[in-house]
Every structure is written in C-alpha cells, then in structure tokens.
Design a protein around this ligand. Structure first.
Ligand code: ZN
Length: 217
C-alpha cells in the first residue's frame, strides 16, 4: 500500500521513461480487455470476483469504447455532405456546445463548453454538424489544446473560410480530484485562424462568447 501511495502522489510533471508499444510484451495481446481489467482490479487490491465488480470489466470496456468512438469517425466525411454555398460574410457562431473528453495523461474526464465561430468565404457548414464535429475529436484521448486546434483545423480544411475561432473552457477531473486545481476554476484554450488573428474579429467573437456566459469568462 505504502509503495503505491507514494507513486500516485507524484506530481504529473514527473516524466518516466516510457516503453515503446513494440517493446511491450506481445504476450499481453493474448488477453481480452476484460481479462486485463480484472487483473488491474486485483492489482489495485480489489477482489474482482465480488458481486459488485463481476461485471465491471465488461462495463469499463463498453464505456471506453463509447468514450473513444471518435477514432472510428472521419471529420472530413462528416462534413462532406453538409457544406453549402452562400453569399454571406458575417460571423457564424455556435456557442455553448457541451463537450466531454478524456485527458490522455490520466484517462480521466475533462468537460466543459466549446464555442466555435467562423467568417465564411463562399461556403458554410450545416449548423448541426458543428457539435458533431466537436464530438468526433472529443471522443478520443485528448489534451485540451490539441482538441481546440483540431476543431479549428477541420473547419479550415472543409470550407477555407476567411477565419475560424475556437474557444474551449473546461474543467479537468485529473486536476480537481487531486486538489491541483481549485474546484471552480476552468482552463481556457483558444485557436484563432485567418482573420480571427486580427484584434477586432477576435474581440467580437470573445465578446459574443462572454455574453453567452453572462460574463463568467
Ligand atoms: Zn490529466
């Protein structure tokens, strides 16, 4: 117990040598994911055969498959059928998109709101596809900065607008549960492309986002 507690108490910044995937004992592939979770449970000091845990490996496998289903989804294909020609060059903004993801460092949830805006240049994306696009990237192991960037890049690639802005405000359970982050603080990341790098456009976007949040940002 003492040994395990000490290891878990290390700060997240500590880096340890990581074995490459190819070096991992290939014998592990003989075991099913459920068998491996049973092993993890017993290494945690649990009895994987007690009633409450019997079906846990199966549940974990199923829930992880759902939470990482974005790996099987192609953002390009998602957007392909939902692009429309328009003669419109005002800012399109989709605010307060709910987002749930797993941090790739701890495989613990981070969750919050995504705000997406762009100024078209001849093409727009069907509005309902923006939350779906967020989900394609959120349902993978992520870091918040990359998630923000991937959403912006996918929109840029799909419609080559005058500019794209993406802001994510999220709370990370890996920080909150370990007391590293104050209970009510959130992490804000942004990606600004094209004309959203200009002070005026970025300012307009951020003030629209702030209105949505009643000044919480
Ligand atoms: Zn984490």
């Amino acid at each position: 117990m003492g040994e395990r507690t000490r290891r878990m108490a290390q700060p997240i910044a500590v880096s340890k040598p990581v074995r490459g995937v190819l070096e991992i004992d290939e014998g592990l592939s003989r075991f099913s994911m459920q068998e491996m979770y049973r092993e993890i449970l017993s290494r945690l000091g649990e009895n994987p055969m007690r009633d409450g845990l019997l079906a846990t490996p199966a549940r974990v496998e199923k829930s992880l498959a759902f939470l990482t289903k974005g790996y099987d989804e192609d953002p390009t294909q998602l957007l392909r059928g939902a692009l429309f020609d328009v003669d419109y060059d005002e800012m399109v903004i989709v605010k307060d998109i709910e987002m749930f993801s797993l941090c790739e460092h701890h495989m613990l949830p981070f969750f919050g709101k995504v705000h997406v805006a762009y100024i078209p240049k001849g093409k727009v994306i069907g509005l309902s596809k923006i939350p779906r696009l967020v989900e394609v990237f959120a349902r993978r192991l992520q870091v918040q900065e990359r998630l923000t960037r991937q959403i912006a890049d996918a929109i840029e690639d799909a419609i080559h607008p005058q500019g794209v802005g993406v802001v994510i405000e999220a709370r990370h359970l890996c920080m909150m549960m370990r007391g590293i982050e104050k209970q009510n603080s959130s992490t804000v990341t942004s990606a600004m492309v094209g004309c959203f790098r200009q002070k005026e456009t970025r300012g307009e976007f951020l003030s629209l986002v702030r209105q949505a949040n009643h000044g919480s940002m």
